[in-house]
Design a protein around this ligand. Structure first.
Ligand SMILES: [Zn+2]
Length: 128
């Protein structure tokens, strides 16, 4: 509803039917507040070929080097930054990689929720 004093939207439900939405909204905000770190980019497992002539990675069939855990992200100026991580590092930083994904989900859920709220507030709802 619109707060008369400030003129801003708040999550105070106007009808009991909205309590469920308010609870879901609070849950999302609590989850959001608990996020302590976020790592951008993605980690992929890669097997590679080296430049050494006669190496097993050039045999038929080839035995590629690796697997290497490659972390790629966009750096300053949009250039790609690549780091190789050990399995231990991937495990250690996993919560922060997971947070990046969860943050996108939360943003999307809050967006949908807010859209519904606005549709309701403005009487734009088409559903019965
Ligand atoms: Zn090789």
């Amino acid at each position: 509803m619109v707060d008369a004093a400030t003129g801003t939207m708040t999550w105070v439900p106007t009808r009991s039917a909205h309590t469920r939405d308010e609870r879901a909204n609070r849950r999302l905000r609590e989850e959001l507040a608990a996020i302590d770190g976020i790592l951008p980019g993605s980690v992929v497992e890669r097997r590679m070929r080296c430049g050494k002539a006669g190496c097993r990675c050039r045999a038929d069939p080839p035995e590629l080097h690796g697997p290497y855990l490659q972390w790629t992200r966009r750096g300053p100026g949009g250039r790609t930054v690549t780091r190789y991580l050990s399995p231990e590092q991937v495990e250690r930083y996993r919560p922060w990689f997971d947070n990046a994904r969860r943050l996108r989900e939360i943003v999307s859920e809050l967006e949908t929720m807010t859209l519904h709220l606005v549709e309701r507030e403005e009487g734009w709802e088409t559903a019965p």
